[in-house]
Design a protein around this ligand. Sequence first.
Ligand code: CTP
Length: 407
Amino acid sequence: MPSSLRSKKILFGVCGSIAAFKAAGWVSALTKEGAEVTVVMTAAATRFVTPLTFAALSGRPVHSDMWEEGMAHIALPTATDAVLIAPTTAQAIARLAHGMADDLLSASVLACTVPVLVCPAMNSKMLAHPATQKNLATLRGFGYAVAEPECGRLACGEEGAGRLAEWDSVREMLLGLLTAQDMTGQQVLITAGPTREPLDPARFLSNRSSGKMGYALARTAKRRGAAVTLISGPVALEPPPGVTLVRVETALEMAEAVSKCAQTASIVVKAAAVADFRAAAFSAQKIKKTAVEPLLALAANPDILATLGRSRRADQLLIGFAAESGNHEAEGRRKLLAKKADLIVVNDILGSSTGFDVDTNQVTLITLDSTETLDLLSKEETADRIWDKAAALLRARQVKFNQQEAS
Ligand code: CTP
């Protein structure tokens, strides 16, 4: 499945810090995703990792000498979509903040007009020094994105802030810089994963949802500029960077969390596979097999989407999913009307590349007046197409509203 980084031209600056070894992994990851990575190293960086390593990982020549190649500092940033500098040392931050152009990397950044992402890594005292903080503020003022360094054990043996940020969050920031911010201002609420309905301290009822589709929706909405709250049942996924995560277990907990957060949301997406039933009574002691009839008494859980459909604000967009094993379109349309949603995304749970726990999906988008089946796509691409559809529905609603106002 194609990555959003495919064919993106990245100018990757590496500065002289022990964290330069991590940059080698990042260059490798970007190249594997199909990005065209050109590495520019400072002289100090070449003392930590050799240019040969970066040349081998990127499959391209590495640049480091200002004087070796004519107008490289002008040519390199011209043929690039974004600049990523990792690790960015205190020295490099100071150079960039003062517009210095005394090495190939700083001269190239000065000559570039594309987004710049700096990833500071240094000793915590150097990071906390007012000079570094002032320089970082200057870089933010230039419009550069800064991947906040993390706290932890530093190479110098000290504990504190200054560790290079993690790749997942830097990758997301980079993708954000390369993506149109067309969801800025949207407050998005997404539910994901299964719910777990306890029977006794050892057992529960649940389903096979992995949460991958909901998490892909959260990741892509954040990437497109939205403020995202993700209410998640128990899943084995890392939360997408920059998203507010609320963890729940049961359908009742999910219903409560949704009702707390839904008021302020402009778009609500119910991607969770909510258990329709819970045990009529929870047993505080483990149920002994000799002590029960093989019949389970169940109580119905509230339908969270239908509840939202009844109480929604007029300007809110409500998106539901339908997990189906037959009569996909008819069932999707029935749920659209019954739950008063604006859009239902129908999933085929029997398909080997569309069902539970896979990275791909093929969905049908059903609205009051349209039915559209998408191609088999990665879950992230599917998520982006759902956001495109949501944007179209919001635009159409605005046009209708304007017409009503005018008449
Ligand atoms: N849903 C919900 N609360 C429930 C059950 C479902 O909010 N108790 C939401 C799901 O998050 C999804 C939509 O309703 O957005 C459809 O869920 P689905 O499981 O496909 O359908 P159900 O309404 O549960 O009907 P059935 O299981 O009979 O197909």
